[in-house]
Design a protein around this ligand. Structure first.
Ligand SMILES: CC(C)(COP(=O)(O)OP(=O)(O)OC[C@H]1O[C@@H](n2cnc3c(N)ncnc32)[C@H](O)[C@@H]1OP(=O)(O)O)[C@@H](O)C(=O)NCCC(=O)NCCS
Length: 166
């Protein structure tokens, strides 16, 4: 059993357990067009449990966020390679949105990647996804690039990133 990282009303945010992967995959299938293999979920959990988090209400999963760590060029013009957290996927079930759960998941994922001493956290978001863009801006992410035809259906993405100081 994982400890609560944050409570938002009756919703608990905590690290993901192996037994949460199938419910997290179900939320992904219901809410996003981008899907991943079981193996990919398992490998993200094994590699970065600090930032693979779930939101739970009454023992039922209502949201998740999963991230990975990469090494590469900075989104903030720092020289050399940096350690970057990357939000692979985040979703909250429609009936539980607009209660601060999405923000709680992102804030706790930031804390998780900071435990790994990441210099930044970045993500891609559909340019039409106003709710998500607003949420990330509120948290302090800035739009760094527009990625042409990033998604399979041809839609562009914004690459948004936030930098950390230690
Ligand atoms: C993007 C997503 C994760 C946001 O989740 P969420 O739980 O609704 O996020 P939050 O509740 O923290 O914030 C969303 C809005 O609710 C508002 N809000 C937060 N707490 C609130 C409360 N107690 N009462 C009313 N509104 C509240 C926030 O201010 C924010 O408003 P805004 O859109 O005007 O900025 C969710 O919309 C989702 O799962 N979308 C589908 C999947 C997706 O697009 N994922 C992102 C891919 S990059």
């Amino acid at each position: 059993m994982q400890v609560a990282l944050r409570e938002i009303g009756n919703c608990v945010i905590r690290r993901c357990d192996l037994s949460d992967l199938i419910p997290a995959m179900e939320i992904n299938l219901k809410t996003l067009p981008e899907h991943y293999s079981d193996y990919f979920y398992e490998s993200l959990l094994a590699e970065l449990p600090e930032a693979f988090l779930v939101a739970e209400i009454d023992k039922k999963l209502v949201g998740y966020i999963m991230c990975k760590i990469e090494y590469g060029f900075s989104n903030f013009k720092k020289l050399g390679f940096v350690k970057k957290g990357h939000v692979v996927s985040i979703a909250v079930l429609p009936e539980h949105r607009k209660k601060g759960i999405g923000e709680g998941l992102v804030q706790e994922a930031i804390a998780g990647v900071k435990l790994k001493k990441s210099d930044e956290l970045y993500l891609e978001v559909r340019c039409s996804n106003n709710e998500a863009v607003r949420l990330y801006e509120k948290i302090g992410f800035v739009t760094k690039q527009r990625l042409k035809a990033y998604y399979r259906d041809g839609e562009d993405a914004y690459l948004m990133a936030i930098e950390f100081a230690y």
